[in-house]
Structure formats: structure tokens, C-alpha cells
Write a new protein. Structure first.
Lengths: 434, 216
């Protein structure tokens, strides 16, 4: 960090003293600005209100109102600016672990999803997201405390050195400006003392403020707040995926079974009309109806298979993986000694993860053999999918692997990829199963 | 023929009973769940059982389990499984005892009344009736397999053979002479390393047991 290096150098160099004094004063002034601007504006507004109305009670109410209305929107920018300063000056990065903000996206229903609720209008979804991020996030409330408390606890410490210097300068330049109670010599002496004290404190003032900043701005050392953010992100991903799934299912039903069933009805109706006049034609129409209904069945069958493979429902994940291995076009062996069933959602997640890994191998790896090993490792169920293909698989490349990783992450699972160029590729997926 | 039918959906059960009866068969028991199907199979010892795979109480693979259980008690008891989906895994389990008298068909095959009755009769007489969809999966699901050596015509013949059709029936389906078909079967067995046999069932079983066996 350049800030850190600069700081260390300035202390060690020969003219370090002067440098430290100047940077100290500069930093103190910046801190005063950062922490003081809000109270100054609030005080100014209150003074204007008092001047206009002359009512002390009204002014107090006005002050509460204006602080309340303005503190939430300004809290985050001010806190972030202070964090940035501190990291530039000391090199320590303060993680503001705000909650993850979900992109506002349009769903199949035409509504907007903001990670919390569905809204008909986009700007309502955006506004709600904005407000939630600032009112439902503990870190956001720490920001508010920072804005209110920092003028007193940080601002005063930071303001002391420049204030002392300023007082001294004023005393020196215009002793006459002050209401002279003391002899001029004493005023000059005190002013010089004040300047010296201010300059001496300059390198320290902002440093005294630093621990206080750290205390408030380091965010909450919330246990698992990053985990929480990750979970929210995953939930949003999952919502997207489910939405896409539902759209596809609806489309398949509409274009497949529904159309065919309408045609069945039409064919039967036509057959009914001609059954007396043209029995042969009627028979042909009924045959057509039968073929159409078979088509509807087969399209429904495929759809059902995609939603929940029948074997998964009937036998559980191990046999479902075995059945899948028999159907894929690359010879695939499944090895496992596991028999017990898991909870249905875990089984489904695990099955679909393995299914996607297999389909990845078939699509990309150019493999001639795949092996799947399913085993328990402690509290996890683990599948190791190995193929002798060309390797070079990467879960970062926005591939199917990234999708698998995202989906198992929702269940607290993980994905490991070992795929040197030229193969062999080994992908391990694991999901906690309790 | 005396037939036991187990199917939990009334409309379908009723329809299949009427279909079977219209072809002169006798449905001795028409039941709606697994346990009563097993009881009926043991009590009435029918010529063939037609079982829906998904039935109460478990609503999973009840029919398949009843079939396997019944065949353990009465080896070779002919069973025809009906399902909304076909799985190689289940086909293999049904064929595992190598005794024949096994059928596994998609439910929509009952639309083709004559072919369906034909399949029922074939199973009852100890043959096999596998759904073309299973056969298709068996044939396409393998990569580096001797089956790849087959020409498309030979694969076609093998598929029909695996369905349980005789050479004569295959010849009719493919509009070829019976002699041509028997030439094809000889070629197929040669390529797959199976000894030819005039008995249609053993032929099918040989093919299927070959497909079942681990690659090597």
C-alpha cells in the first residue's frame, strides 16, 4: 500500500518531522471536514430556523426532523469515505460487510425481483431494495452511529492540533483582535505555546482518531456475515434458475402436450361428424387422434423426466445415478456401497449435480470412459466423476461447472476440479447430508 | 388365458380388462395396489400378470417389486410390467434371472390393441416383450461396444428380435423375406460372438444377457 509506505518513509527520513507535521495537519483537516460537515449543516439549518421562528421548542423539533431525514442517506457515503481515508493512511483495509445487494431482475411473471420481494414496478423494487439495504443492515446502522458520534469522538481529537495552531496564529497576528485581558507578552507567549503544542500534536491527532474509526467502521465483526452475504447471493441465483426452469416447463407444456391434446379433441370431433356418412374417414381420424395422444404422452414423459427423473422418485439417488449411467452415450461405471436414502432435496441436488457433470463430460471432454464413485466422507456425500477425456475443464469459465458449483453451494456443498490439459479430469462434488 | 391385472387408476384398469376380455381372455383378478396384487398372484396362479409399476401404497416401483417377489416364489411366473417411463435399470432387474416370461412396456402400447395382446400372449408363453424404447436405449447407450460393429439394418433386426418378435414377424415388419432375416441374425450372432439358436426366447435372452454383461 502506497499510503503505508509513504507514512513509514516520512517518519524515517531526515526531514520526517516536518513532513509528519504537515501530513498530520492535512489529515486532521480532512477528518474534521468528513466528520464536521453534517453537524455544521444541521447546526446551520437549526440556526436559520431559530432565526426565522424564534421558537426554541420548534427548532429542537426541526433539528430532530432534519437529522432523522438526512442521516440515513448520507451515512453510507460518509462512512465509506472515512474508510477509504483510513486505508490510504494506514494501509489497513476495513471490510464494510454490507449485505449483498441482489440485482433487480424481471421475472417470467413480469414482476421485478429485488432479492426480497416481487414488485410490479421497477423503480418500486429499486427503492425498496435501497431502503432495505440501509435499514435492515446492521452495518448500515453502524454507519449512522458513525455519522452522529464521530464529530464528538473523532472530530474533536482530529480538530485539536489545527485548532491550537489556528488559535496561536490569530493571537500572534492580531493581539488587538482579542479582548485583551492579559498583557501582550503573555498573549504572544501563549500563542507561541499554542502553535508549538498544535504542531507537536499534529502527527498524533489523526492517529488518536484511528482506533475510534476502526471501532465503528470496521463493520460488525458479525460472525458469518460474509457467509450470510454468500447465502443471499446463492438464494438469488437459485431464484433465477427456478424462474428459468418454470418458464421452460410452461413453454414445453404449451408447445407439446397442450397443442396435441387440442388436436386430439379436434380429430375426435371431426370423426364424430362423419362417422355415419364416411366410416372409413372417421376411422382414419380416430387413428390420428390416437397417434396425437401418444405424442402428447411422450412429450409429457420427457418433461416429467426433466423435472424429477422417475427412478429418483422411485428408488432414490443411487439407482437414479445408475440408471443415468446406463443411458449416457459414453460407457460409464458407477461404484458405491451406499444404500441409505438421504433427505429428498439433498438427493435431488446431488443427483442433478452428478447428471450435469456427466453431461459436461459428454459434451466437452471427448472421453471414452467415465467412472463415478459415490461415497460418504464424514457428514458429506461425495461423488467423484473421472473421465479420460482431453482435460482443461475450468469452473471459472462460466461453464456448466460454475453452475453446478453454484447450485451445490446452496446446500453448503462444494465442487473441486482437477483437470490438467490432456486429461484425465477428476471432478469431486460434495454435499453435507447430516 | 387367466390374467391378473394390477393398476391403480380405475379408468385404465377398466379399459385394459375390457380389452383383454374382448380378445377372449379371462381376468381372474383386477386389483389396485401392490399387496393385493401379490396375494392375487399367489392365490390364483395366473398364466400371466400385468402390473402397473407405480401403485399404492408406496407409489414408487411397487409393481416391479411385486413382480420380482412373485418370481422368487414362483420362478418364471410370467409378468408384464406397464409403466409411464422405461428404464434400462429396471429391464435388467426383470431379466436378471434369465428365465424369460418377462414383459416391460410403456403404458401407451395398450393403444395398439393387437400388438399389446400379442405381447401379453408372448410373455405368457415364456417369451419376452421389451418396449422398443428400452431397446433403443440399450442400442444407443453404449459407446465402444461390439454393437457398434452392426450395420443399421442389423441393429434394426436385433432391436425387433430383442422385442421378442420371431423371424417371421420381423420379416413382416421390415418387408423382407424370412430367409433374409435369418441371414441377418446369423451375421448378428457372429459379430456379437453368440451361438445361433432356433429357439426365439433363448435367442433374445442370449442377446440381452450379452447386453447385461459388463463390457470387456
Amino acid at each position: 500500500m502506497s499510503g503505508e509506505n509513504g507514512d513509514v518513509n516520512s517518519q524515517r527520513s531526515s526531514d520526517g518531522g516536518l513532513h509528519a507535521v504537515i501530513t498530520g495537519l492535512g489529515r486532521s483537516l480532512i477528518l474534521v471536514g468528513l466528520t464536521g460537515v453534517c453537524p455544521a449543516l444541521w447546526a446551520g439549518a437549526a440556526a436559520w430556523f431559530f432565526a426565522a421562528t424564534g421558537s426554541a421548542g420548534g427548532t429542537a423539533g426541526f433539528l430532530v426532523g432534519i437529522v432523522g431525514a438526512s442521516v440515513v442517506p448520507v451515512a453510507r457515503p460518509l462512512a465509506q469515505a472515512a474508510r477509504k481515508r483510513l486505508s490510504l493512511w494506514t494501509g489497513e483495509t476495513l471490510h464494510a460487510s454490507y449485505r449483498h445487494v441482489v440485482p433487480v431482475r424481471r421475472m417470467a411473471t413480469g414482476y421485478w425481483w429485488n432479492g426480497h420481494s416481487y414488485q410490479r414496478l421497477r423503480f418500486v423494487a429499486l427503492a425498496q431494495r435501497w431502503l432495505r439495504a440501509r435499514t435492515r443492515d446492521p452495518v448500515a446502522w453502524l454507519d449512522v452511529i458513525w455519522v452522529v458520534a464521530s464529530p464528538v469522538i473523532v472530530g474533536v481529537a482530529a480538530a485539536a492540533p489545527p485548532a491550537l495552531v489556528l488559535m496561536g496564529l490569530v493571537g500572534l497576528m492580531g493581539p488587538g483582535l482579542l479582548p485583551v485581558i492579559l498583557p501582550v507578552v503573555a498573549v504572544i507567549g501563549l500563542s507561541v505555546l499554542s502553535i508549538i503544542l498544535g504542531l507537536a500534536l499534529a502527527p498524533l491527532g489523526w492517529r488518536i482518531a484511528a482506533p475510534l474509526m476502526r471501532l465503528l467502521l470496521a463493520g460488525l465483526p458479525l460472525v458469518g456475515s460474509h457467509r450470510l452475504a454468500a447465502l443471499l447471493r446463492e438464494r438469488a441465483d437459485l431464484t433465477q434458475a427456478q424462474d428459468a426452469e418454470l418458464q421452460r416447463i410452461a413453454r414445453d407444456l404449451h408447445d407439446g402436450a397442450q397443442v396435441r391434446l387440442v388436436a386430439v379433441g379436434l380429430a375426435i370431433g371431426a370423426a364424430e361428424r362423419v362417422i355415419d356418412t364416411d366410416p372409413e374417414h372417421s376411422k382414419a381420424l380416430l387413428r390420428e387422434a390416437r397417434d396425437l395422444s401418444r405424442g402428447a404422452l411422450s412429450s409429457l414423459r420427457e418433461l416429467v423426466h426433466d423435472i424429477v427423473p422417475p427412478v429418483l422418485l422411485e428408488r432414490g439417488y443411487i439407482d437414479a445415478i445408475r440408471a443415468l449411467a446406463l443411458d449416457v452415450p459414453v460407457p460409464t461405471t458407477v461404484r458405491t456401497v451406499l444404500r441409505e436414502r438421504l433427505e429428498t432435496p439433498i438427493e435431488a441436488a446431488f443427483y442433478f449435480a452428478v447428471a450435469e457433470l456427466l453431461s459436461n463430460v459428454i459434451k466437452h471432454a471427448d472421453a471414452s470412459e467415465i467412472s463415478v464413485l459415490v461415497e460418504r466422507q464424514g457428514e458429506h456425500v461425495v461423488a467423484t466423476v473421472t473421465d479420460d477425456g482431453r482435460g482443461g475443464a475450468d469452473k471459472r469459465l462460466g461453464s456448466g461447472l460454475a453452475g453446478v458449483a453454484a447450485r451445490v453451494a446452496v446446500f453448503g456443498g462444494s465442487l473441486l476440479v482437477d483437470s490438467p490439459t490432456g486429461g484425465p479430469t477428476r471432478v469431486v462434488v460434495e454435499i453435507p447430508c447430516g | 388365458m387367466r390374467i391378473v391385472l394390477a393398476e391403480d387408476v380405475f379408468l385404465l384398469r377398466d379399459g385394459i380388462v375390457r380389452l383383454l376380455e374382448s380378445y377372449g381372455h379371462d381376468v381372474v383378478a383386477a386389483v389396485a395396489d401392490g399387496p393385493s396384487a401379490l396375494a392375487a398372484l399367489i392365490d390364483t396362479s395366473p398364466d400371466v400378470a400385468i402390473l402397473d409399476i407405480r401403485m399404492p401404497p408406496s407409489h414408487t416401483d411397487e409393481g416391479l417389486r411385486v413382480a420380482l417377489q412373485a418370481r422368487q416364489l414362483v420362478p418364471g411366473l410370467p409378468v408384464l410390467i406397464l409403466s409411464q417411463h422405461v428404464e434400462q435399470l429396471y429391464a435388467r432387474e426383470l431379466l436378471a434371472d434369465g428365465l424369460g416370461g418377462v414383459g416391460y412396456l410403456l403404458k401407451d402400447r395398450v393403444f395398439e390393441a393387437e400388438q399389446f395382446i400379442d405381447a401379453v400372449e408372448r410373455v405368457a408363453s415364456g417369451g419376452t416383450a421389451l418396449d422398443p424404447a428400452v431397446i433403443a436405449k440399450l442400442l444407443t447407450g453404449r459407446g465402444q461396444h461390439p454393437l457398434e460393429l452392426l450395420t443399421s439394418r442389423e441393429s434394426e433386426v436385433l432391436a425387433l428380435m430383442a422385442e421378442g418378435l420371431s423371424n417371421q414377424a420381423i420379416a413382416q415388419r421390415l418387408f423382407l423375406s424370412e430367409g433374409a432375416i435369418s441371414k441377418y441374425t446369423t451375421l448378428i450372432f457372429g459379430k456379437l460372438g453368440i451361438e445361433a439358436d432356433e429357439n426365439a426366447n433363448r435367442r433374445v435372452l442370449a442377446v440381452l444377457s450379452f447386453l447385461r454383461s459388463p463390457r470387456g
